[in-house]
Design a protein around this ligand. Structure first.
Ligand code: MEV
Length: 430
């Protein structure tokens, strides 16, 4: 078996699945039970699934893969990713491989501060109510910590109170209170919602109004993570273009997304391809992440890109920043054995480190997409992988998938009917 070190496992993608499992088990120090779990066809015991959601009738599966080559803050990281989309894991791994020459990704994150929102109705004097609420900040913070004392004991808890007067359609005016609360290594949604509901009577009394909605905000802009990476021109060169030409082409792709919401939506979708895949593998709420990311992308009043790419000092520098409310503890993590396995693979110390890896993966994914789009186009590489999925969907057995997929690509006709026809013509189809 070809060997590598850390997250650089040369030849990994060419190995059969069982060999990859053994290799990852060795590198990540998985115990025999976890290795067994990887080969187990059912990713989640049915009884566990039935306790997680309602009306359960089975378990739905998606592929779990590992993105290789990542170095984040000087540490090699194996990144578990769950996605149905071909090319995503290969693209992230390639982008991370090229980044190694420049030391990989540098990432950072804010403390895990969430926002509980309380909407107040029928406040007679909103401006004066805001002043009273701010004067009562210490009382409100104490109440927050009484409601979730464990959080305060573990070093988290209330961090601040903010108030706004929000002018809504139909001429309505609301006083909106934000409770800022640090939640440790949890995503924190449950604790924050409990805090919002528990603190609302006190807050409404101080304001002289009536509490209405009491819920977290998914625009978790106090809990952002950021990452940057530098590719030297030499690492960007291709057969037909020199490295500086590729860098400038990627810069133009970035500027397009920064200026145009139609392009920004697709650019950011590519970023979230990577982040969601890590979020799903690690049992995180990817809808919350999506909501936060897109709201953050529109924070300036018009929707823009979450990343930027610039030609700087003989290289191409990428930067990303977005809200990343992810957790490494909580019911979903504890209840799902595959999630525990994914966290073991990652080897991250807590929620902030996970958020930093997510930011790096999002940036890598974005680089890979822009590099393809700005040079040969996305379809060439994508089609080869898509063809395998098409051949599988057409009922081609695993032993013949590669062959039929190659023929589909060569024909330039990657369709299920064509795959069925080719397989039928081969004389072994059903
Ligand atoms: C496809 O899933 C993602 C891309 O469209 C992202 C992009 O256009 O930047 C390739």
């Amino acid at each position: 078996m070809t060997r590598g070190t850390g997250s650089r496992l040369v030849g990994f993608h060419e190995k059969p699945v069982e060999e990859r499992q053994r290799w990852i088990a060795e590198v990540a120090g998985l115990d025999p039970e976890q290795v067994e779990m990887l080969s187990n066809a059912s990713p989640l015991p049915l009884e566990t699934a039935a306790r997680m959601t309602e009306n359960t009738i089975g378990v739905h599966a998606l592929p779990l893969g590992v993105a290789l080559n990542f170095v984040v803050n000087g540490r090699d990281v194996l990144v578990p990713m769950v996605t149905e989309e071909p090319s995503v894991i290969a693209a992230a791994s390639n982008a991370a491989r090229l980044a190694r020459a420049g030391g990989g990704f540098v990432a950072g994150s804010d403390p895990p501060c969430m926002i509980a929102q309380i909407q107040l109705l029928d406040v007679p004097d909103p401006e004066r109510a805001c002043e009273r609420l701010l004067e009562a900040e210490d009382r409100i913070r104490d109440r927050v910590d009484e409601i979730e004392p464990g959080m305060a004991r573990r070093g988290g808890g209330a961090r601040g109170v903010e108030v706004r007067v929000v002018h809504a359609p139909l001429g309505r005016t609301y006083v909106v209170v934000h409770l800022l609360v640090e939640v440790g290594d949890a995503m924190g949604a449950n604790a924050i919602n409990t805090i919002a509901e528990g603190t609302a009577p006190l807050v409404a009394g101080i304001a002289g109004g009536r509490a209405h909605l009491r819920i977290l905000s998914n625009l978790t802009d106090r809990r952002c993570a950021r990452a940057s990476v530098r590719y030297g021109f030499a690492d960007l060169a291709r057969a037909d273009l020199d490295g500086e030409q590729v860098a400038r082409a990627i810069e133009d792709a970035s500027l397009f997304a920064e200026a145009d919401p139609y392009r920004a939506a697709t650019h950011n979708k590519g970023i979230m391809n990577g982040i969601d895949a890590v979020a799903i593998a690690t049992g995180n709420d990817w809808r919350a992440l999506e909501a936060g990311a897109h709201a953050f992308a529109a924070r300036g009043g018009s929707y823009g890109s979450l990343s930027t790419w610039r030609v700087e000092d003989g290289g191409l520098v990428g930067r990303i920043e977005l809200p990343l409310a992810v957790g490494t503890v909580g019911a979903t993590v504890d209840g799902n054995p595959r999630v525990r396995l994914a966290l073991k693979l990652l080897g991250v110390g807590g929620a902030r480190a996970l958020a930093e890896v997510c930011a790096a993966v999002g940036l890598a994914q974005n680089f890979a997409a822009l590099r393809a789009l700005a040079t040969e186009g996305i379809q060439k590489g994508h089609m080869a992988r898509h063809a395998r999925a098409v051949a599988t969907a057409a009922g081609v057995p695993p032993s013949a998938v590669e062959e039929i997929a190659s023929r589909l690509v060569a024909l330039g006709d990657v369709k299920v009917e064509t795959a069925r026809r080719l397989w039928g013509e081969r004389g072994e189809g059903t």
